[in-house]
Design a protein around this ligand. Structure first.
Ligand SMILES: Cc1cc2nc3c(=O)[nH]c(=O)nc-3n(C[C@H](O)[C@H](O)[C@H](O)COP(=O)(O)O)c2cc1C
Length: 406
């Protein structure tokens, strides 16, 4: 049985001022939604809300908490018993502000379309939920509005807008790690050197990804920072076959059998010139100490196909991934770079205590062209990080505390 304890104000008088309350509560980040409805004339009306939450799966319930004194909330209530929750995208701060101000025609500059029920769905939102009001509870100076979800869809947006300490931002997968039981040991090792990976990503204001090899697959196990080059908002968890041109560092520092498995994988499937360049790649990468890929278009195409493969897109022909990989191979490990180049990525190995490749770190490039000196600076920083990380892994296996070992 549910028991309810009612605490009176005289028992617990407020011992802090509202500013302090707001400041402390502001440490908790929220997403931002716009609750929409239609007025009697069929015009859109709405309210910006951070206090949205999902409540129950069965029945499907969500809730938000409007200020009892809010005019927007009054207008929503007067419009009837239906409302639509629109989860704003990080690019929609202007929509958030336009709806949050006290004015008549808030939607004058906001593009929206009707949901099947007719309620306004804001163009570009990350998701929307069409609801019927189930309950309105009193809670201090606010109401708790519980809505039953009738219909819901993902929208065009991909990155939700976040509100934190009075400011706006978006979600950065600072230290995201993939799930999956086959990754646990790998993730433990990546975690040991996470600070080093974070410093590298911050220095070049880009993304650094850690890739592991699990049998015949490469798995993007963790990512730090963010790059404008990424096609997907987060790539953590993506899996790709361990085939040329991908994973050349694993082949380069792997044993003879692994190297052969990698180079032979293309035999008979591609032209002799390509097969020959694949045969030479492990030696080239090992001599250089890193792998490199150039050409944004080639890389974007491969990533777009990868996303579809990982999402299990049934429309994608079975051969599409291999074709995209062979196609992208043109940009991987060119013999030399003499002029400005579109740097897609640089990858170098991190070794475990036994000298095997524990995982690789990929430093993502930058949009447009980079001068050879800029690429060299990145290579040097990546290699310094991977050496430092390898040393940390060796120390941790030997049981030395990292601080004592310097
Ligand atoms: C990011 C953000 C989150 C907000 N969250 C809430 C909320 O959860 N509940 C609420 O009553 N007002 C919230 N507001 C304030 C309302 O959107 C709106 O600004 C306020 O209600 C304006 O007063 P009016 O409704 O009387 O016009 C939020 C505003 C912003 C910018």
């Amino acid at each position: 049985m549910l028991s309810v304890v009612i605490v009176t104000e005289s028992e617990f008088p407020m011992s802090f001022d509202p500013t302090h309350f707001r400041q402390v509560l502001g440490q908790y980040p929220t997403g931002v939604v716009v609750v929409t409805a239609l007025d009697a004339e069929g015009a859109a009306l709405g309210m910006t809300v951070g206090s949205f939450t999902s409540v129950s799966l069965d029945p499907p319930l969500v809730a938000f908490l409007p200020d009892q004194g809010s005019r927007s909330w009054r207008a929503l209530r007067e419009s009837g018993h239906r409302f639509c929750i629109n989860v704003l995208d990080a690019s929609q701060e202007d929509v958030c502000r336009a709806v949050a101000v006290r004015k008549q025609d808030k939607f004058a500059d906001i593009a929206w379309r009707p949901a099947p029920s007719g309620l306004p769905v804001i163009e570009g939102a990350v998701a929307w939920m069409d609801c019927v009001t189930e309950q309105v509870h009193e809670a201090g100076d606010h109401h708790i509005v519980v809505g039953r979800v009738n219909d819901l869809q993902l929208g065009e947006g991909t990155q939700p807008l976040l509100f934190f300490r009075g400011g706006y931002g978006s979600f950065t997968p600072l230290s995201l790690a993939a799930g999956g039981s086959d990754l646990l040991d790998h993730l433990r090792r990546i975690d040991l050197v996470r600070d080093q990976i974070e410093s590298l990503a911050a220095r070049f204001d880009t993304e650094v990804t850690a890739i592991v090899r699990v049998r015949d697959e490469l798995v993007l196990a963790a990512a730090v920072g963010r790059t404008e080059l990424a096609v997907a908002p987060t790539r953590v968890g993506q899996r790709l076959p361990f085939l040329p041109p991908l994973g050349s560092c694993f082949a380069a520092w792997g044993d003879a059998a692994l190297q052969r498995a990698w180079t032979d994988a293309v035999a008979g499937q591609v032209g002799e010139e390509f097969a020959e360049s694949v045969r030479c790649t492990p030696e080239l990468v090992r001599r250089r100490g890193f792998a490199i890929a150039v050409g944004h278009q080639l890389g974007e195409h491969l990533e777009a196909i990868t996303i579809r493969v990982n999402e299990g897109d049934p429309q994608l022909p079975g051969s599409a991934l291999r074709e995209a990989m062979w196609h992208a191979a043109d940009g991987y490990n060119p013999d030399e770079i003499t002029g400005p180049a579109e740097l897609r990525l640089l990858t170098a190995p991190v070794f475990d205590a036994a000298g095997g490749v524990a995982f690789t770190l990929t430093l993502w490039g930058a949009p447009g062209l980079l001068e050879p000196e800029e690429i060299a600076e990145r290579v040097e920083a990546l290699r310094a990080t991977t050496s430092q990380a390898s040393a940390s892994l060796a120390r941790s296996t030997a049981g030395c505390p990292q601080s004592a070992a310097g």
